[in-house]
Design a protein around this ligand. Structure first.
Ligand code: FAD
Length: 222
């Protein structure tokens, strides 16, 4: 008897959510992403991505797009703002490739999101969906959005950033802002992206519904 595929809902279409969806897809799972913004064109500047993060994206098949849209800086030079004195200077490329097997990449945030989402089917990215709440139904999670849409999911992943609504609903005022909190043992069903710190909660009495909370993923650099 064939089992129906797991319904995985990822809240947030930032660097963490999109990469989690792509990682799941490559592991044989389809995930739907629910992003509050009307488009994946986040305002922002350059993202500096260390070789540990670049390596993850290259393994996900995004190397060509990453190196096309980004640059491989030769070195970094940090100066004190008020007198220009050098604080730090370090070589980056090609040393990173030689030492760590992947380059240090600097890329505009919007370009990075475009590269990651290029690996996902468009119909899986639901824009204009701001999560308002969710409820543990025992064998699944029900979630609802500001546009009136309600969905059922077997797994709900919170990848909605530093002011995470998922984390606030799960942990309330006790929600840690930066650390991964794990008040209940992690779920073997949870689907943490390899690039994100995460904690997860399994609903009591249920082997199926799992709520996973990715906390403050640091630009694919974990
Ligand atoms: C100025 C600045 C510079 C930075 N530079 C670097 C750098 O050089 N290198 C580096 O590694 N990191 C950098 N960072 C950190 C990096 O941006 C974050 O670590 C990273 O964006 C976190 O990714 P994320 O997917 O967890 O969250 P986010 O990128 O914040 O994405 C969360 C997504 O969830 C969506 N969302 C939020 N609430 C809801 C909701 N209720 N319903 C639906 N969707 C929702 C948001 O619209 C957003 O798209 C920088 C951060 C800032 C602010």
């Amino acid at each position: 008897m064939s089992r129906r595929p797991l319904r995985i809902a990822i809240i947030g279409g930032g660097i963490g959510g999109l990469t989690a969806a792509l990682s799941l897809r490559q592991a044989g799972f389809e995930a739907d992403i629910y992003e509050q913004a009307p488009a994946l064109t986040h305002i922002g500047g350059g993202i500096n991505m260390g070789p540990n993060a670049a390596r993850v994206l290259i393994r996900l098949g995004l190397g060509e797009g990453l190196l096309r849209e980004g640059v491989r800086p030769a070195s970094t030079h940090q100066r004190r703002w008020d007198d220009g004195r050098t604080l730090q200077r370090a070589p980056l490329n090609p040393q990173c490739e030689e030492l760590y097997g992947a380059p240090h990449v600097t890329i505009h945030r919007a370009d990075l999101l475009a590269v990651i989402s290029s690996g996902l089917p468009l119909e899986r990215v639901h824009l204009g969906h701001r999560l308002l709440g969710f409820s543990d139904k025992g064998d699944h999670v029900e979630a609802w959005f500001d546009n009136g849409v309600r969905i059922d999911a077997d797994i709900l992943v919170g990848a909605d950033g530093i002011h995470s609504a998922v984390r606030a609903i799960l942990f309330g005022d006790e929600a840690p802002k930066f650390a991964a909190a794990s008040p209940i043992a992690g779920s073997s069903r949870s689907s943490a992206s390899p690039i994100s710190s995460s904690s997860s909660v399994v609903s009591p009495g249920s082997g199926r519904a799992a709520i996973s909370c990715i906390t403050s993923c640091r630009a694919a650099s974990c």
